[in-house]
Structures are given as C-alpha cells and as structure tokens.
Design a protein around this ligand. Structure first.
Ligand code: TRP
Length: 326
C-alpha cells in the first residue's frame, strides 16, 4: 500500500483550517493509504517559543487529532522530536543540499526578511522536512500551497541522492486538495486562516468556546452582492463560509446554495454558525475524554516505536552509502 504522510507545526492552537485542510483530509484517505500523521514540534523551534506553552500544545495536538476522528489504529501518530533518527538523517541530507537551493525557498526569503536575527534553523527547515518525508518513503504529502515548494525540494534532494549513491528514496508527490482544502480568515477572506494570526476574530480555534466561534461566523466579512453563491473570486467571504459548512456537514456546496436561494446573509450565517458550533461541541467533548485518559501516551509510544524502526533502518542504509560507518 502506498504511504501518505503529513505533519502540523505546533506554533498556535489547531484551527478549523487545519481540521478541514489536513486532519479531515487524512481521515478521508483512511484505508486507501498507509498513513503517517505527526506533530512537527522540531519545526516549531525555528522561531522563538515559550517552552512551557509549546510542551502543552504538543499533547493537545495529538488529543485533538483523535477527537477529530483520526482512528489511531489506522494511522501511525507520533511526535517528530521522539524520533532521534529524523534529525540525524536531516544532517546527511543537508550535506546533499545546496545553499543556493535552500536560500531560494520563498518561505525562507520572507521570514528571514522579517527579522535580521533569524537562526540557521530557518534555512535548514525544509531539509528537516525532507527528512520527515523521506525516512519512511512517503509517496504522497498533503500540504497547503505554501509548503508545496518544500515538498518539491524534498523530491529534488531524494532524486539527487538516488543518482549519486544508489536508489534508496521513494520520490514523494505533493498533494494539494484544490477544493475545500483551504479555509480563509473570516475577517480577511483573501488570506489563509492561520494558527499564528494575531487577530483571533478571523480565526476559529478548535478549542474556541462554541458560542464565541458562532459569533465569529456571524461577524464574518461578506460582500454587498446579496446572493449566496460559490464564487471565490467575487465573493470570497461567502464562498469560504460555504466551504466550511460543506466540509463539516458533508453536504455538497450546490445543495447548500439551493437551500438558500432568495434568502439573506443573516439566515445563511446562522446556519453556518450552527454547524460550526455543533462540530466544536462534539469534538471538544471527545477531546476531554481522550486527554483525561492515558490513550495519548499509548498512541505516542506506538508511533515512536514504529517510526524509529523505519528511520533507524534508513539512517543505517544512508550512512553506509555515504561511507560513515564502522
Ligand atoms: N512545514 C510544515 C508546515 O509548516 C509542517 C511539516 C513539517 C510537514 N514536516 C512536514 C508537512 C512533512 C508535511 C510533511 O506546515
């Protein structure tokens, strides 16, 4: 069976955007692929973080993955930082990556501009990501459009390594789910709903009080066209709400549109708010059950064991190929 893999970086609480764009997507691929889902906690270190908050957030991510319906018997769930071979492989890959390539990454260019005191980790970030992908020979990597270039770099690094040292890596494909995968900020529906956004009015955290989330939907930016239509170009706000409602209720966008023909934005928003409120109530109650049991630890122990075996095996192969072994 082919392998699908993705990770989320714990730099803020999980959002509705993460649920629809990544978690639900992985759930939908359940059974069709061998699935690896992890928390990219080492990647969170590329920017300053409060260690206490970061630590707390990591377990919350895992608990929330499960609460959102990720079946731990069908996905390998783990923490990046618990697999010591991943950064070890990353070093081997760093020595097969050109400075020019790494420094050309759009995210590096943008983030290094924002702060003159950026770390070397910001530059090598995509190589660690390549290691995340390549250690287990992932075939398919679902990510947001902003990470597409990094997956392509992983593919380039793998291809070059295979040609120089011998076939050892599967070449990964990026998977961008065009429709429904990307959720936009409720206040500014032209930009992505982001974990690290400073204006929480536009972002729904999976931990938001359901009533607060509902009022965020009611206050979402729309337009003055007074018609409920899926038209991201001219009606980004309404289209975003349609995507949210459709993804959470599994009802087609068209059928929702039909339901609201001739109706006003107020009614429509109330409908979306209700769906979001019910969804949050449901996952938060599941979350509370999971986080208060020892389930998360069991899942992580299992994930650590499985992925460490795979990564150790890959590391040993690579170090032999490169000549660094006894
Ligand atoms: N860099 C990704 C992000 O910021 C997270 C990530 C780390 C990832 N390693 C990965 C995603 C490997 C997919 C595959 O969102």
């Amino acid at each position: 069976m082919k392998r699908v893999l993705t990770g989320l970086k714990p730099t803020g609480d999980l959002t509705l955007g993460n649920y629809i764009g990544s978690i639900k997507l992985m759930k939908d691929l359940e059974g069709k692929y061998e699935s690896y889902l992890f928390v990219a906690d080492l990647h969170a270190l590329t920017v300053p973080n409060d260690p206490v908050l970061l630590h707390e957030r990591i377990k919350k991510f895992i608990g929330m993955y499960i609460a959102c319906g990720i079946d731990p018997t069908k996905h390998v769930i783990y923490l990046q930082s618990e697999n010591a071979y991943i950064p070890a492989i990353s070093w081997l890959l760093e020595c097969s990556t050109y400075y020019g390539e790494a420094s050309r990454m759009i995210q590096f260019k943008e983030k290094s501009k924002q702060n003159a005191n950026f770390t070397v980790g910001l530059l090598t970030y995509p190589v660690l990501m390549a290691s995340d992908i390549l250690y287990c020979d992932a075939d398919l990597v679902p990510v947001g459009i902003d990470q597409k270039q990094h997956v392509e770099l992983a593919r380039d690094i793998a291809d070059r390594f295979n040609k120089r040292f011998g076939e050892v890596f599967t070449l990964p494909d990026v998977y961008i789910n065009e429709h429904g995968a990307k959720i936009y900020d409720l206040q500014d529906p032209t930009k992505k709903m982001s974990k690290t956004e400073e204006n929480p009015k536009g972002v729904i955290s999976l931990f938001d009080d359901p009533e607060v989330a509902k009022s965020k939907i009611m206050k979402a930016t729309t337009d003055s066209l007074a018609t409920i239509k899926y038209d991201p170009e001219n009606q980004p706000g309404i289209s975003n709400l349609l995507t949210i409602a459709s993804s959470l209720s599994n009802e087609d966008i068209d059928s929702i549109v039909n339901k609201f023909e001739g109706k006003g934005y107020g009614d429509f928003k109330k409908y979306v708010a209700e769906i979001v409120g019910n969804f949050l109530t449901d996952i938060q109650s599941k979350y509370n059950d999971i986080i208060n049991s020892n389930k998360v630890d069991e899942i992580l122990d299992n994930g650590k064991e499985i992925t460490t075996k795979l990564a150790k095996d890959k590391y040993e192969k690579l170090s032999k190929m490169m000549g660094v072994y006894r």
